[in-house]
Write a protein of this length. Structure first.
Length: 133
């Protein structure tokens, strides 16, 4: 991304283009995610803030994997109900939590919240079908 930005700045068409904006947004998202990971153990509120910024800036889904941000949020969460809410938020936007979070961790979150997790219990395809009809 940094190389793309460096070469792009040499092009007249680059300034203000969609490509420039996309590269700059991606650089910012990657830097924020790396920072969020590096401070996850020492500054959980900073990690939450950075991950939520990434998720908010990534409404189009064209930046880094959203599931990675959600997984980091679950990883630092001490409250099982809030962790469950994050997992359910992933489900609501069509992400498979088990692709980003160990299934044993998901089961533990559900059990601590008084619910039962069933692998592949989330039927994303039929949800999408229902939304388009």
């Amino acid at each position: 991304l940094l190389e793309a930005e460096k070469y792009g700045e040499r092009c007249i068409e680059w300034k203000g283009s969609e490509d420039e904006n996309w590269v700059k947004r991606n650089i910012k998202a990657v830097k924020n995610f790396v920072t969020a990971q590096s401070v996850a153990n020492s500054d959980q509120s900073k990690t939450r803030q950075l991950c939520r910024e990434i998720l908010e800036d990534n409404k189009k889904g064209d930046l880094l994997q959203l599931g990675d941000c959600y997984a980091l949020l679950v990883q630092i969460e001490n409250d099982c109900n809030r962790a469950l809410a994050i997992v359910e938020e992933m489900d609501s936007i069509g992400l498979y939590p088990e692709h980003y979070i160990e299934e044993s961790a998901i089961k533990s979150i559900y059990e601590a919240s008084g619910k039962e997790w069933k692998a592949q219990d989330l039927d994303h395809e039929s949800k999408r079908d229902e939304q388009t009809t």
